[in-house]
Design a protein around this ligand. Structure first.
Ligand code: BGC
Length: 733
């Protein structure tokens, strides 16, 4: 959010000066459409029934669609609500009309929603898309989502999710762009541009919301909502970095995370909210809580009761209460009895009104009628972009004997329930898609004109159907098995203590391999999996993630060689679950893992990952040579010759890493510092040049100081975090 003009600022101040305390607090209250009845049991029990399987997801959805709802019209009328979660443009306009015409001051509402990886056009989940290593793509998909949602009334995305995630047991790794601070920061900057950048009309942009601030991804043991403990150096060098980048890029809003950080829940964390975000970084926008988080401060044991939680949250710099009505019910009394200074409320409301002003809502509060149906039939360019993003996010993990690409004329047996459940393509955080837009892998193979038969052979977890296995073996010259996790196995509240393939899927692979036919595994999943056994068993494996509505077509593009895979892993894959958390940019230890027993290793499994960060094969090969590092006054200029040494054209993601060899704090063994795409015809060589600013070669110590220290650095350039050329350089800052 660029700062407002003087005139806009004056307008905000003027409105603020006319507001009663109750109206100000109303702006700090966010409601969602409440389900208020129309079924036989309390809503909480209904959720439990769905969770423990007494009713299916479909039954739950059906009950909800018939439920009675409260859209909070009366609170809107009396100025006691400032924002809502709702995504129907007609309803948005209706509610906005009440706010504009019937409330005393006519302050517009903001409508927020979780638009994490697409709105109507769902594109790949973030962990997949990040693997395309392409900021232009990140920006284009975000811009598409902004346009589609704003014409449906949604002017505030609770995205991008920027949690660095190093532990694949945490279900929310699917929602974020992986484990690396540099890549996540590049993703952050591009997403802000895409969501907020096109201000040619109010139909083209939305307010972004950076979440979850902060260190939520470091939850202990990968268990959702769990505690996080970390020194300031770790916080600033890793977890804060993408948020800082996004704030500098102008992000309008931030969401505080559920977790406690070093003993203080982020909802009431004055250090992260007021001191760092609003103080050091001079963030001019607003901060919203995560859902129900103010109430949870009592369960955390940091607040005695709701009043205490409300006061602590407001004082810490939390401007909007999502979902508890605690601000609405408690803050007036807190000001009246002198527990809370009204200036805190004024600051919050000035921020909220400023975001609304920046969104253009005071002058353009409604969704224009003619825009509402603009994306009812998805335009071809949106489908093309989803397909392109899908294909470019796919990672080829193994391809022994060049089993892939397959020929469309080859006889293929397609296997696995996930291949044919079209709803499974969208991934964990997609809300506004339509089933008829989803292309399953089976459908994608059909669209490609492949010669295949489909035999499910096994449900997502079992049981195995032996008869179908026999049929699959009899028909195909090759078996393609679509395996992995259903969408509901990752995302929020979906942590797992075992991240191997669920149910009987490994057994199924064994049976398929035993048929003697070559087996290609296509993985659909939202987190890195522990695939030690399975990788050994099959000649070819492809990580397809959850790629969005065009998934089937994108997978067919890669499997049949119309697209040469270029995706890379944005997150390290362990060999076994017990290696978690595992990440490439770990600190140097005094006894690096090796063959000797007394090194940092395990007795029962290697300390090495299955697949490292940045890894991904192609249908061609790339060779690196001639790494050069030249020093200029304020930067290093790194160049390397990259050759397409195989027989097909391809796009290589060239990665630049650095190691600070000796520093005043232990530093990571390697840190990503840049990347570039090189399109190379078969046989072609290009010199790829990347720059590393000297200012970016430093780190934060534990006293908040950013330091660049003279000395020896190793510079690496190459194909992944493991395979690269190295050059040493002594740098003076
Ligand atoms: C999630 C947030 C989300 C919010 C609103 C919470 O449970 O943690 O990521 O934005 O719900 O739906």
């Amino acid at each position: 959010m660029k700062r407002l003009t003087q005139e806009q600022k004056a307008r905000v101040k003027e409105i603020l000066s006319q507001m009663t305390l109750e109206e100000k607090i109303g702006q700090m209250n966010q409601e969602s459409v409440s389900i208020v009845g129309g079924f036989d049991v309390p809503f909480e029990e209904l959720i439990e029934m769905m969770t423990d399987g007494r009713i299916s997801n479909e039954e739950f959805e059906k009950i909800l669609s018939n439920a009675e709802r409260d859209f909070h019209e009366e609170d809107i009328r009396t100025g006691r609500v400032g924002s809502l979660m709702v995504s129907d443009p007609r309803k948005c306009n209706e509610l906005q009309k009440i706010a504009m015409e019937e409330s005393r001051l006519g302050i517009p509402l903001m409508f927020g929603l979780d638009v994490i990886h697409g709105f109507r056009t769902v594109y790949p989940i973030a962990i997949a898309e990040a693997g395309a290593f392409d900021t232009d793509l990140f920006e284009r998909t975000a811009s598409m989502a902004a346009k589609e949602s704003r014409t449906q009334g949604v002017n505030w995305h609770f995205a991008p999710m920027l949690d660095i995630a190093r532990d694949a047991r945490w279900g929310r790794v699917s929602e974020g762009p992986g484990e690396d601070p540099y890549l996540v920061s590049a993703f952050a900057g591009a997403k802000i541009k895409g969501l907020q950048g096109d201000r040619s009309s109010t139909e083209n942009y939305v307010a972004a919301c950076l979440k979850h601030y902060v260190a939520y991804g470091a939850c202990e043991a990968g268990r959702d909502y769990n505690t996080t403990m970390m020194p300031d150096s770790m916080l600033r060098n890793n977890y804060l970095k993408p948020f800082k980048t996004a704030v500098e890029a102008g992000a309008a809003t931030v969401m505080a995370s559920f977790n406690d950080l070093n003993g203080v829940p982020c909802t009431v964390n004055k250090y992260t909210l007021r001191d760092i975000l609003k103080g050091e970084w001079e963030f001019p926008g607003l901060v919203v809580s995560d859902a129900n988080a103010i109430r949870e401060c009592v369960a955390h044991g940091i607040a005695a009761d709701e009043m205490d939680a409300a006061v602590q949250s407001a004082e810490a710099g939390l401007d909007i209460d999502m979902g508890t009505t605690i601000y609405k019910n408690k803050l007036e009394e807190a000001v009246a009895n002198g527990t809370l200074d009204e200036a805190v409320i004024d600051d919050a409301v000035e921020r909220i009104l400023s975001v609304k002003m920046w969104l253009g809502l005071f002058d353009h509060p409604y969704v224009p009628e003619e825009a509402m149906d603009r994306y009812d039939v998805l335009p071809k360019e949106h489908l093309d972009l989803a397909r392109e993003a899908g294909a470019r996010s796919i990672v080829l993990l193994k391809n022994e004997g060049d089993v892939l690409p397959l020929k469309k004329s080859q006889k293929i047996s397609l296997v696995g329930a996930l291949a044919d459940i079209r709803e499974e393509v969208v991934g964990a955080w997609a809300l506004s898609w339509r089933p008829e837009d989803c292309v399953s892998i089976r459908q994608g193979f059909e669209n490609a004109g492949a010669d295949f038969e489909y035999y499910p052979c096994c449900g997502p977890e079992g049981p195995i159907n032996e008869e179908e296995v026999e049929k699959a073996a009899a028909y195909g010259d090759v078996i393609v098995a679509v395996l992995g996790e259903t969408t509901s196995m990752s995302g929020e509240a979906s942590s797992k203590a075992d991240i191997t393939l669920p149910g009987e899927q490994t057994e199924l692979i064994k049976k398929l391999v035993a048929t003697g036919k070559p087996v290609v595994v296509l993985l659909m999943n939202g987190r890195p999996l522990a695939l030690q056994k399975e990788v050994e068993m099959v000649p070819a494996m492809v990580e397809c993630w959850h790629l969005g509505i065009q998934m089937g077509n994108a997978v067919a593009d890669v499997v049949f060689g119309d697209k040469n895979p270029e995706g890379r892993l944005a997150s390290t894959f362990p060999q076994v679950t017990g290696q978690c958390p595992i990440y490439y940019n770990h600190m140097s230890t005094g006894r690096p893992g090796g063959r000797s027993k007394f090194t940092s290793r395990y007795l029962d499994v290697t300390h090495e990952p299955q697949f490292p960060f940045g890894y991904g094969l192609s249908y061609t090969t790339y060779a690196y040579d001639n790494l050069k590092v030249e020093e200029a006054a304020d930067k290093l200029i790194v160049s390397v010759d990259v050759t397409n040494s195989g027989a097909v054209d391809g796009t290589e993601t060239v990665q630049l890493y650095m190691q600070d060899v000796a520093a005043s704090l232990v530093r990571p063994v390697r840190e990503l510092k840049g990347f570039a795409k090189a399109e190379l015809k078969a046989g072609e060589t290009k010199t790829v040049t990347m720059e590393l600013a000297k200012a970016d070669m430093g780190f934060y110590d534990n006293d908040k100081n950013y330091k660049t220290e003279d000395g020896l650095f190793r510079i690496f350039a190459g194909h992944s975090s493991k395979e690269n050329l190295c050059s040493e350089v002594t740098v003076q800052f």
